[in-house]
Each structure stands twice: as C-alpha cells, then as structure tokens.
Design a protein around this ligand. Structure first.
Ligand code: AGP
Length: 600
C-alpha cells in the first residue's frame, strides 16, 4: 500500500529518495513522486505507473536538494493518474500521506470557499491547503501543521515540506506507522524501515499522535498537543543484504525456497521463548484468533491444532468483520492476532477493540517493531526475514511453525497430552525443514502442472480437516498472482453447490495426505471426475499409490498428518508461481494488491 520516504541531510537527497522508493515497491503502488525544496522553492515531480517512469523523468533533470519527500501511492480516492499521485503541493507546502482523511469532503468544501483550488480527486490534497490556510493566518510552520492536524479525522501518516523552511522536514502520525532514521549524514523518514536511507544506524518509531521536526543533525518530537517530548533513537542494523533476489527471477520464488530455513529458525526461536510466555493456558477457557487473508488461513489451521492437541476451544475471525459482530469475549480468554506486516489496519483495529474490552492479547508478526507487535501485550516474531513478494509464502509457514509450537506448549501446560506425545510432535516439527527441502526438489513437477493450467478459466482446490484452510490458501495464492479465478472448498462441501461449476477439464487440486480423512477426500475426488473434472492429487506415497490411472498426482514426502499443511503449502505456492510465470504476470507486485494493507 502507499509508502512514504523523506530525507534531510548534508548531501543531495534525491538518490536516497529514489533508493527508498525502490525498497518499498514491494508494498504495491500505482504511481510515484517526489518533492524537494531548494532556493527556487518547492519542486514536485510525479508519474503514474511504475517507479521506473519517475526515474526516467528525473534522469532528464539535474534535480538536487538537501531536503525532500517521496511517495508510492496505492489508489483509494481517485484513479491512479499524475494529478492524484503524491506529493500534493501548493506554492508553500508539500505533503505525502498514507491512510485516509475521513472528513476530507467537508474540509474540501471549506477550503474551496476559502479560495483554494483543488487539482486532484484525493483526500490528501486537503492537507497542504489546510496548512497553507493557517500559514496565511500568520501561524509559523510548526504551529500551522499542528493546527491542521487538529482538523483531520481518520488514520494517517504524513511527511511535510515548507517552502520557507529549507532546513526542516516534518512528520506526523495518527494510526499509520512512521519511522525516523539517523546516520552521520542526516535524518530520514519512512513508512517502514525499508524506506529509510542507506547507512542509517539509529531509528525511532513515532508513537500514536506524535509529530517530528527534523533538521540535518537533530530532531524534536511533539505530542498530540504540540508539547515537546524526549525520546532517544535506538541502535539499528539494516537488513539490506536480504533484499537481493539472488539468482531467482522473482522475490516470491526466493522466498518459497527459503522456507526450510525460515521454518527451522522460527521453530527454534519460539521454543526458546515459550517457557517465558506469560500466558497461563490452564486458566484459558477460549482463544480467539483474528487476522486477514493468508494470516487468517494460518489461524484456521491453528484452530484444528489448538482444539485437537490442547483441547482449548478456538474462535476464528476475519479481522474486518470481528468488531462489527459485537463478539462475546470470554473473561478468561486470550486473543491472538496474526499479521505478517504487523500493520494491517483491520487487524490493528481488532486488537485495539479487544484490548479495550480488557482481554489479554498476543500477536504473531514478522516485523518486530510493527504497531501490532508494540500494542499487543506479548508478541512472538516469525523469523522469516523481510517478505518482499506481495503474495505471502514464507511468512505463512513461519506463522504455522509458531502456532504449532504454541498449541503443543498449551497442550503440555494443560496436560492435554502425555509428555511422550508432546516430544514426538516437537520432533516432527523439527523434521519439517528437511521435508520442505524434499518438497522443493519436486519443483519441476509443480512447474509442469502450473504451466498446464495457464489457460484455464477456473481452478478449484479441495481439502478436509486442517487441509481445508489450505485449499483456501492455495486458491488465494493462485488468484493473487496469476489472476485466474480460483476457489477453495472443504472437499465434502463441494456437492452442496460448487460442484455445479465442474465441467470437462476444469482443474481441481485435491489436497490428500494420508490423514485419516483420505478415503472421504478421494470419494469427493471421484464425484469431480464423474463430471469430467481434471483432478490433480497432491498426496503422499500412500494416497497417490492406489489412484485410478487417469488421475494426475504428485507424491509429496510423507509427514505427520498434523503438520501436513506446512508441507502442502509449499506445493501450492510453487503451482501458483509457475502458473503465473507461464501467464507472464508481475509475480512480486500483482495488480491492485498491496503488501501492507493500512486502510480499512
Ligand atoms: C497474502 O498472500 C496476501 N497478500 C494477503 O492476504 C495478506 O495475507 C493479508 O493482507 C494480511 O496481511 P498481514 O499478514 O500483513 O496482516
């Protein structure tokens, strides 16, 4: 989703702005721009489409400055064109903005009546004009910004330049994250740490409602009411090395192939932390797990684990729906929030809602300093490293590694299973990385299947038990990156309606490990075949060993049935990847999607 960069330092900051924007391309965007300030005033350059368009434009200009802001926009109000791209500037003020200004229509009416002319359809453009209004009334820049902030409703993060203040860069945060960075060269601003200028070794996350005023050498923080507050930067080591594609065509492919390491590291890390986790599972009578998208499917898998292994009842919610159903939360309950980015607006809103009801909260995130991590009572971090591909892969299996460990830990504490069984399950998790490697070696088979469905109009995924959510995830992965229509179903549910969609040759992926439900899953497969569907079974040697000859299958390594979703996820990711590659889509930045969904 939208991304913010900003920089103020002793050198020319234009290359830093572009480097920051490149690093946050992964968030998903449809236009990009920068604004800089120098003796001639504010210069704003923006282009619709990919960052490359902006870079080409800038290559024709000798733009140099010590102070600037930049933005990648993911359209909400107004289509992706040049006028709607950020920064939004008037003669005196330039603004980049993430989030949504909910009262922008009223503000626009007011500012229009005051004589301001709007060039765009965005909610953002009210901000520079509002600030200018207060400048015209004689307020100093900092005060004008502060007054303008009092009039804004909604969630936002902004970076601001003033024509008359060449040596200042301003920022404010309410609801959307912003981080400051510092190096010996100067200060910078980003919507996440990847947006920060190269070489920074200190960072500071703005807290809710805070503002920052930066010069080349220092910064000042202000609270919601404009009062100065003191907080120091923390030491920071950049993870720039992780950001290359190495020998992979797309980040998604690299990330799929990292999963034996990321699952191993996450499991080890979690095992180390669990004894210290301040949750008394013996007193819990219910767990709520709340998340969006792929993280929600991880939650669905975890429901099977917590209920079957630890015998603790679990409710699962899509975060965007959670608050609006007025959920009845148990007094002795725990709410778990899963989010790769740790910034998803719906998940964050659900976390705040739950906390306000007095419930204990635990988050599982991939970004340690994210808002969800910082605002939850406890947080466990997946050790997946930065996930750049918009489609989540390694973060998903790392979430599952944490959730599996947590379910076994809860079962231990509640004495729901014998110690021998818990040790056996832990050994099974420890063996997963080598099974993941074996599954990755099957890539040529997944490639053939993926390529073979590139002209299909529909594809379906079916599974039972904890592989039902995996069917949903397989379908999501395929539609996200290949744009093929795909749906996942509980295998037994097919005949209650979706089977009407089965016609000759339509691919149906049957997730069928030997898990005690195999016979029933294979019966559902027969129902599909009887109607001409093309079944592709993903199973182990047992399930694939006795299939009718006409059924295509790929034999995955045998694994404990409990943890099969982790292994089968790899197969589904590679099938989706190769289908997308054959179709020729932009796998890492699929159309319309954003990595970090920071609006509701
Ligand atoms: C996954 O492939 C998707 N891009 C998306 O569904 C994602 O999982 C969802 O937006 C939740 O994001 P989060 O984990 O960062 O909260």
């Amino acid at each position: 989703m939208c991304g913010i960069v900003g920089s103020i330092n002793h050198n020319n900051i234009v290359p830093d702005l572009l480097a920051g924007l490149s690093n946050i391309e992964y968030r998903g965007y449809d236009s990009a721009g920068i604004a800089v300030i120098d003796n001639d005033g504010l210069t704003t350059i923006k282009r619709p489409g990919k960052l490359e368009q902006l870079k080409q434009e800038l290559a024709n200009q000798a733009l140099r400055s010590h102070t600037g802001i930049g933005h990648t926009r993911w359209a909400t109000h107004g289509c992706p064109n040049e006028a709607n791209a950020h920064p939004h500037s008037n003669d005196d003020v330039s603004v980049v903005h993430n989030g949504i200004i909910e009262n922008y229509l009223q503000l626009r009416q007011w500012l229009t009546a005051e004589g301001f002319r709007f060039q765009s359809d965005t909610d953002t453009e009210v901000i520079p004009h509002l600030i200018s209004l207060f400048l015209e009334q004689g307020q100093a820049p900092q005060q004008a910004l502060n007054t303008a902030l009092q009039h804004l409703e909604g969630a936002f993060a902004i970076g601001v330049l003033f024509r008359k203040e060449q040596d200042h860069l301003y920022a404010a945060r309410r609801g959307s994250p912003l981080v400051l960075g510092q190096s010996d060269q100067g200060l910078c601003l980003g919507s996440d740490t990847m947006a920060l200028a190269p070489g920074i070794d200190r960072i500071l996350y703005l807290d809710e409602g805070e503002q920052a005023c930066m010069t080349r050498d220092s910064f000042q923080l202000l609270d919601l009411n404009g009062r100065a507050i003191k907080r120091d930067m923390q030491a920071y080591t950049s993870q720039q090395d992780d950001q290359s594609k190495q020998n992979h065509k797309f980040y998604m492919h690299k990330e799929i192939h990292q999963q034996s390491d990321t699952v191993r590291n996450t499991f080890k890390h979690t095992q180390h932390l669990l004894p210290e986790l301040p949750v008394d599972f013996t007193r819990l009578d219910r767990i709520n797990i709340i998340a969006c998208g792929t993280s929600h499917y991880a939650a669905m898998v975890a429901k099977y684990w917590f209920e079957q292994i630890a015998r603790i009842p679990v409710d699962i919610d899509v975060a965007s729906e959670f608050r609006y159903r007025s959920p009845l939360l148990s007094r002795n309950g725990l709410s778990i929030f899963i989010s790769q980015s740790g910034e998803t607006a719906d998940t964050l809103a659900a976390l705040r809602y739950t906390k306000a009801l007095g419930q204990k909260t635990l988050s599982i995130v991939n970004v340690a300093q994210s808002t969800i991590a910082r605002e939850s009572d406890f947080s466990l971090q997946t050790q997946a490293g930065p996930e750049i591909g918009v489609a989540s892969t390694k973060a998903f299996t790392a979430q599952l590694a944490i959730l599996a460990s947590l379910a076994i830990h809860a079962a231990d504490r509640c004495k729901a299973i014998q110690i021998q069984e818990s040790n056996r399950l832990l050994m099974e998790i420890a063996a997963l990385p080598s099974l993941i490697d074996m599954t990755l070696e099957l890539e040529p088979h997944f490639q053939l299947i993926g390529e073979s469905i590139k002209d299909s109009h529909n594809a379906f995924f079916i599974g039972r038990g904890s592989n039902f959510p995996l069917a949903l995830e397989g379908a999501l992965k395929l539609k996200e990156i290949s744009y093929l229509h795909a749906e996942g179903f509980g295998a037994g549910e097919l005949k209650h309606g979706p089977i009407a969609l089965i016609e000759s040759g339509v691919p149906v992926f049957v997730i069928a490990p030997n898990d005690g439900l195999l016979e029933k899953t294979l019966s559902n497969m027969e129902e599909v075949m009887a109607r001409g569907g093309r079944c592709i079974v993903l199973g182990d040697h047992h399930s694939c060993g006795n299939l009718p000859l006409e059924v295509e299958s790929i034999t995955l390594p045998a694994c404990d049935k409990v943890f099969a979703p982790i292994i089968y996820a790899i197969a589904l990711q590679l099938i989706a990847y190769h289908a997308a590659l054959a179709i020729g889509t932009d796998v890492d930045q699929p159309r319309n999607l954003a990595k970090s969904v920071t609006v509701e």
